[in-house]
Write a protein that binds this ligand. Structure first.
Ligand code: ZN
Ligand code: ZN
Length: 124
């Protein structure tokens, strides 16, 4: 493929907006996209903003992906410890306060983290 503007030059990239081939001298590279003109670059930038916003909303990529994992982790901890605590209580008749308290604390943390995730999603 050759450059759309300079037919003798080989295209080094394809415009993200209109799909034309662009050579070294006409390619506009902003890091996230390569475009053939300023208008195509602003178009590509809009698309880029939309995609990254959509990614944030659905929790894809970035640091926010960690939050749901933390929620799941604390929920599992809570389930394990409180379950074990209740099991021990039924077996021996004396409550294992450490297990029950830790389980309750883990559940509380799971809920607190979950609420923080929800608040972040609403802000974007
Ligand atoms: Zn273009
Ligand atoms: Zn060119």
């Amino acid at each position: 493929m050759n450059c759309f503007n300079h037919h003798s030059n080989a295209a080094i990239a394809i415009c993200k907006s209109c799909g034309k081939g662009v050579c070294q001298s006409c390619a506009i590279d902003k890091g996230f996209a390569v475009a053939c003109s300023d208008s195509c670059m602003s178009e590509a930038a809009d698309t880029h903003t939309m995609t990254s916003r959509a990614k944030r909303m659905y929790g894809l990529g970035g640091a926010k992906k960690v939050f749901p994992l933390t929620v799941a982790m604390w929920a599992i901890f809570g389930l394990l410890f409180s379950g074990l605590g209740v099991y021990r209580f039924i077996k021996s008749g004396t409550p294992e306060w450490f297990l029950l308290l830790f389980g309750a604390a883990a559940f509380f943390l799971a809920i607190a983290t979950y609420r923080r995730v929800k608040a972040l999603e609403l802000n974007c």
